[in-house]
Design a protein around this ligand. Structure first.
Ligand code: ADQ
Length: 464
């Protein structure tokens, strides 16, 4: 049996300190946490960038290498220029908005594809240097779309899988992308390409038809004398550990503290501060709710946790400004000496607080304008072993295809969203329980281990 080599833009760690006093600590977040269990169980190698500048001192680099090796992590060093062009400008500044249908967020000047290619080639070089015959390589996400083809050129017989964590857009939008064919050719170096939903795969096959006249048959296409599988693998979360964490004494105490304001119903939002997550529209819906249903004044509170993200990009500065203005406006307009409608937390929260917020929420709001999957929705459901709490979920999150017993909303329809909040807040206990039980049955049975096993099993079954 060969080994598994995981590949992602970032390794699942954060480097702190400097010189030989540097320390490597695990990072959290969807991909790091989700693949973390795959990495632990499979004795795999994990290739990616450490987050450390390539110009760091020799002692710092030596210390880093030793700590990475102990965790079976392999670093692809990136310079400050690489990071600013490949990661910030192309991946986050160009690919992210197009894949989330936000053409107006594109910069006027798009350049740097050569750096995207050369960084992807360095990942391919590093994987080729680590791989032994019989190994399986699993590459993740939009930062590394050229790696499958570049790796195939270097080691033609390797078994290569690629998973796209974000949506694949409608062809009409995808075709706005300069270098679109070259990116698709990059992905087609894989033996198996995975998507979260049938719709994203449908968009991808429509693009293949238009670019190459290829049709999918039995979930496969024939391309350059090879077969490439196109599969649907909705990612799950580590459901058992979220369920277990809810019983932790610290979580129980924190949950009680959050619920101590008797008579106040809690709405909760947990997001990266990203324009795709729909925060301004969510706040507008809350404002609308307090206007059209004044009976909720002094009886509800939104706790919105928004982790700062990609702050160097103008579009992110502008969504942050918009959110802060709206929070200020709503609190100023409706707040009283004893009540503040929105509590806004502009940083990451630790695992205990996260679980307590999920557990204390009367209503969890997941209202992205577009989201590949959205793991927050599934983490919430996994945490609610009390079978209570209402999930309000955007129809434009991949998770909506599975979590059909949530209150499904169109986040562009602010009035409709306000009415759905009203309905969620009023939902009788029986209906809440029936819906949450159905959601939990799905989330507990379809966890992250099932996702990775399903992908890897199908990859293993592809003809070599
Ligand atoms: P993200 O866009 O990062 O992921 P998501 O799936 O919601 O979105 O995962 C976010 C993770 O970060 C969750 O595990 C959540 O608990 C954590 N998190 C978010 N806000 C936090 C906060 N304020 N404090 C602490 N933790 C926080 C991308 C795609 C998604 C896709 C995932 C996985 O955009 O659509 O679901 O990859 O494929």
């Amino acid at each position: 049996m060969g080994r598994l080599i995981l590949v992602s833009n970032r390794l699942p760690i954060t480097v702190t300190g400097c010189g030989d006093a540097i320390e490597v600590v695990p990072s959290s977040g969807g991909l790091a946490t989700g693949l973390g269990s795959v990495h632990r169980c499979n004795e795999s190698l994990w290739v990616g960038w450490s987050g450390m500048d390539a110009g760091a001192s020799t002692e710092a680099r030596r210390s880093l290498q030793a700590q990475l090796a102990a965790r079976r992590l392999v670093e692809v060093p990136l310079s400050t220029d690489d990071v600013s062009i490949y990661y910030e400008h192309i991946a986050n500044g160009v690919l992210w908005p197009i894949f989330h249908d936000q053409l107006e967020k594109l910069p006027n000047v798009i350049e740097g594809w050569d750096t995207y290619e050369s960084v992807n080639a360095r990942y391919a070089d590093m994987i080729a240097a680590c791989a032994r015959p019989g190994d399986t390589v699993w590459i993740h996400d939009f930062h590394l779309m050229r790696v499958p083809a570049l790796l195939r050129e270097r080691v033609p017989e390797l078994r290569i899988g690629f998973f796209l964590h974000i949506p694949f857009p409608n062809p009409e939008i995808f075709f706005a992308l300069p270098r679109r064919q070259w990116l698709v050719e990059g992905m087609l170096g894989a033996d198996l390409i995975g998507f979260h939903t049938r719709r994203y795969r449908g968009h991808f096959t429509a693009v293949l038809r238009r670019l190459f006249g290829i049709e999918m048959k039995d979930e496969c296409i024939a391309y350059k004398g090879r077969r490439v599988g196109l599969g649907i693998f909705p990612m799950g979360v580590d459901s058992a550990s979220f369920a277990q964490r809810a019983a932790d004494a610290k979580v129980v105490a924190e949950t009680a503290r959050l619920k101590s304001d008797r008579g106040i119903r809690l709405l909760v939002g947990i997001d990266r501060l990203d324009y795709s997550k729909g925060l301004p529209k969510r706040l507008l819906a809350l404002e609308r709710l307090l206007t059209t249903h004044p009976e909720w004044l002094e009886r509800i509170r939104l706790v919105q946790v928004a982790v700062p993200s990609r702050e160097g990009l103008a579009a992110y500065k502008s969504v942050r400004r918009a959110v802060e203005e709206l929070v200020g406006r709503i609190n100023g307009r409706f707040g009283t000496h004893r009540w503040t409608p929105v509590r806004y937390i502009n940083r990451s929260v630790n695992d205990t607080i996260l679980s307590a917020l999920y557990r204390a929420a009367d209503v969890l709001l997941v209202t992205p304008l577009r989201d590949g999957m959205n793991l927050v929705a599934k983490e919430f459901v996994a945490t609610r072993s009390d079978d209570d709490g209402v999930l309000v979920l955007s129809e434009f999150a991949g998770a909506a295809d599975e979590l059909t017993r949530a209150v499904i909303v169109n986040p562009y329809d602010v009035d409709g969203l306000a009415e759905s909040l009203h309905r969620a807040l009023q939902m009788p206990a029986d209906e809440r329980r029936e819906r949450m039980q159905a959601l939990r049955a799905h989330v507990m049975a379809n966890d992250v281990a099932k996702w990775s096993d399903g992908f890897l099993r199908q990859l293993a079954s592809m003809p070599a």
